[in-house]
Design a protein around this ligand. Structure first.
Ligand SMILES: [Cu+2]
Length: 321
């Protein structure tokens, strides 16, 4: 990837740094000869709680490596997500503040003032280590007053948990306090991934695909990242579950999923759109999981990249009664 692209990725990360067992339902037919019992979806037993009450992430500072399930309660009035950025050895948020933050401040300032070219050029001053950051999954976009549960596998290391959704004034949430260091220790959690009810494959070449009809009730989606690449806005593809009201406009959602659009990734979200979590950017070959309890209605699975429809990265589906 060329330097400019890298710089953009950095840009996003950077903002960062600154700172029931329940039987899902038995649909028993009246005809006694056929009784269909849906797969059992268990709630995760061990979760790492993450809470946002405003522009913040409240959680423990240290977690084990291996499989971890995050329960992210968004108690704030804004839509958020969190992406886990794995830092290169020896680098911390302090390095970002001294080596990187000033560069981003300069670049963003120029871009915000319409001087895109000069702004992008400013990112050439970024330190090399910045390009070694690995996006390592996290929770997809989640609406205010909603909770998202996502399972990912993490290698030991130093991470920054970040949200780069933009405030109505265009300021990235990362600059407002949504960037929190998390240490992932060598000790393995010992947990196993959950058993999925629906398997999604995410690919730049083939878009979003899944192996069966998506039905109402509790579901656990597995998300396999078949391939990965930076898109036009330098972001990797991820997956987000969205509830669409009848009056929601699909084109508004598609446009909103591009941070590089002045109206993209900025709150409030378009009318009639409720984000319900998902799995954030992960390297090719990774698998993550997310939980959902689906009521009948219209939904979408969409990536936070530009031009999702033409790429097959925006799939609409109906959950039937
Ligand atoms: Cu946010």
């Amino acid at each position: 990837m060329n330097y400019m692209k890298k710089s953009f990725i950095l840009l996003l990360i950077l903002f960062t740094v600154l700172f029931n067992c329940k039987t899902e339902k038995k649909s028993e037919s009246i005809d006694t000869t056929t009784v269909e019992i849906a797969a059992e979806v268990k709630e995760p037993k061990h979760v790492i709680d993450v809470v946002s009450t405003g522009m913040n992430f409240q959680s423990v500072d240290t977690i084990p490596s291996g499989w971890n399930t995050f329960k992210y309660q968004n108690l704030s009035n804004e839509t958020h997500f969190f992406l886990l950025d794995k830092y290169p050895e020896g680098k911390t948020v302090e390095n970002t503040l001294t080596d990187v933050a000033p560069v981003f401040a300069e670049g963003m300032d120029l871009i915000n003032n319409g001087k895109s070219e000069e702004g992008f050029a400013a990112f050439n001053k970024l330190p090399q280590w910045y390009f070694d950051i690995v996006f390592s999954g996290g929770v997809g976009l989640i609406a205010p007053k909603h909770t998202a549960t996502t399972t990912v596998k993490l290698d030991p290391g130093y991470y920054i948990m970040e949200c780069y959704v933009k405030m109505p004034n265009g300021m990235f949430h990362t600059l407002m306090g949504m960037a929190k260091p998390i240490i992932v220790t060598d000790e393995d959690s010992g947990h196993s991934p959950p058993k999925a009810t629906i398997n999604i494959t995410l690919s730049a070449e083939n878009g979003i695909s899944y192996d069966k009809d998506i039905t109402k009730g509790k579901q656990i989606f597995s998300v396999f990242v078949k391939d990965q690449k930076p898109h036009e806005n330098f972001i990797w593809h991820d997956i987000n579950l969205v509830k669409l009201a009848n009056y929601a406009k699909e084109e508004d959602l598609e446009a909103w999923m591009d941070w590089s659009d002045p109206k993209g990734l900025i709150t409030p979200v378009p009318e009639g759109i409720t984000f319900l979590g998902g799995v954030n950017d992960m390297p090719a070959g990774s698998t993550g999981y997310f939980y959902a309890d689906l009521k009948p209605g219209k939904y979408a699975l969409i990536s936070e990249v530009p031009d999702t429809k033409s790429k097959g990265l925006f799939k609409i589906f109906e959950v039937k009664q």
